[in-house]
Every structure is written in structure tokens, then in C-alpha cells.
Design a protein around this ligand. Sequence first.
Ligand code: TYM
Length: 335
Amino acid sequence: MNRVFSGIQPTGEMHLGNYLGAVRRWVSEAPIRPDNRSEALYCVVDLHAMTVAYEPAEFADRTRRTAMLLLAAGLDPERCVLFVQSHVSAHTELTWILNCIATYGELRRMTQFKDKGQGQESVSVGLLDYPVLMAADILAYDTTEVPIGDDQRQHLELARDIAIRFNHRFGETLIVPKPTFPEVAARVKDLQNPAAKMSKSANSEAGQILLVDPPSRIAKKIKSAVTDSLAAINYDPINQPGVSNLIEILSAATDQTIEQTTLGLHGQGYGALKSQTADAVVSLIEPLQARLAELEADLGEVGRILASGAVRAQEIADPVMERIRSATGLLPRLP
Ligand code: TYM
């Protein structure tokens, strides 16, 4: 059985990195019709977002809005299960069980924990435990494949380690999942600071392209992207990170390889690179914006999709959790 699972934080926004690195493949990897050979689950991970400071009054709206953006991006609720993490209790229950397998040392060494915890006066246990919750998300559904961007690589390695360790201790119980990455644009960079990834939290607005940006703003952001003074279109992420980022974005948006893109731009300047990239991104995003406008007109529909998604997710997780409880020696709940 091929089971795909992935998740996104409920920021209420989606940037080009999320879309090119992950969400676009969520759409293409959902089976035409879920059956007992393949199924895909996509989750808005609200519990993960509670690990850092957040505004409770806006939280539910952001969660709903993120689900809406996923639908606008092309997720079809007939072809996949779209749901909210906190609606399925298996995530937190399995987190506890896996907490007893994961070690403090390995969690403390995680890059994201070090980055997000740095300089904070007080760091929540939740932030330390973030990767274990993520492992639980994946392992609760017998997931075989996890389509993610490059920044989640370390988390996936940990989820695999935890699954292997669990199986070693309790016998073959958990499926060890594999991450999948896109061929290009696995780590889209910030347009203003190409040393950093495009991200919802860290960087300036000018550095990220949001799915809701009007075409003129997209073009403006791309035209003001930081490049270099070498005046040569080469794919060289070390010496020409800004230009290479634009080449990756253009390649991903036009479904071309890096080689095809650079060849196509042979002899042209950064102006041509930027205007082709802007046009390609606008054409990619415009249909999503049209769908978003339709969804915004029917909020009830999103609620119904999430409610039925949670029921299906629970159905899939139930037997897996039963197997895990039995393997770990917990007393069965039913007589
Ligand atoms: P999140 O919400 O930060 O990002 C969602 C997806 O977008 C990818 N991504 C990027 N890809 C390319 N370039 C970028 N600049 C970029 N920024 C983000 C991410 O890699 C991700 O695939 N911890 C996860 C959410 C999560 C999850 C899971 C993912 C929770 N449980 C289980 C997979 C499986 C996160 O914060 O993603």
C-alpha cells in the first residue's frame, strides 16, 4: 500500500517555497481515486504551531485559511484526505508513546530547535518535542512516502530513526517512511537574502512571494530580487545564489530542467531572467487565485471538507494505534 502523508503549519499564508517545495506535489501525488493500493493524507498541523508564541484569537481562522489555500492550490477532497491535526487524537497519543523512544540528546541537537530556541529566555517542552509530534503524524498512518521540502529533511531522518528503534524494541510494528523531494526548488531562497530559505517567519515581505500576491506585486518582488555583479546567467548556488534561485524558480514554474532553462537564457541578461521568471510565476499562480476567490465565497464548504477528512483520518489511524498499543503492552481498551 502506498500511503502519502504530509503537513503544513497554519500560518494562514502560503509562499512560493511551500508550493514549489511541497504542495504542488501533494496535488499531483494524490491518487485519481483512493483505494486499497494508494491514499494520500494532508494535514494542517495546528498542534505544531502551538510550540511557539501565537495569537489564540486568530488561530482558528489561520487554520481554516491554510486549509482553504491548500484547496485553492489544487487539492481535491475526492482524491485525498484533508484534515486538521488536533481533530485526530492519535497524533498526541502516539507522541507520548514515541517520547519514550526518542532521546533528549537527539532532540536537543535538531537544527530547528537550536534556531528557534536561540536567544529565547524560556523554551517550551513542546518546541523540543516538535519532531516527535511530527514523527507521530507520519507513523500513525502507516505512511510510506512524505513529500517535503529540503528544510524538513532532518525531521524525516529522525522519524525514520524513531520508527526503526521502535521496531527493534517492540517487533516489526511501524512502517519506516521515505521522504521525497522535488528535483528543483527543494529549497526556494528568500529573494532579498538568497542565503536564507524563503520563510513565513524569518524574513521580510519583499523576499517572499505569497500565493495571494497580485501579479503586479509578484513582478515587482522578482524584479527587485538580489542578484550579483557578475552579469552572467550561471547555475552556481555558491557563487551566484540569487541568480541560481531565480533559475530554480523559473525551471520549476515552467517544468524545465536547470540545463534547459540556462540554455534558453544563453546570451541574455538578468533583466530577461527576471521578467521570464515573473511571467512564469504569475501564470502558475493566477489559476490558484481564481479558485481561492471561489472558496472564500463558501466558508461552510471548507468546514465540511475538514470534518469528513478528520473522520477518514481517524479510521486509518485507529487500527495502526491498536497495533501500537498491543505491541507496547498497553492493556487493551475493549473487553
Ligand atoms: P512548513 O509549514 O514550514 O512547510 C510546509 C512544506 O513546505 C516546505 N517548504 C519549502 N520548500 C521549499 N523551499 C522553501 N523555502 C520552503 N519552505 C517550506 C516544507 O519543507 C514543507 O514540506 N514541520 C513541518 C510540518 C509538518 C509535517 C509533518 C510535514 C508537521 N508534521 C509531517 C511532513 C510530515 C513544517 O513546519 O512545514
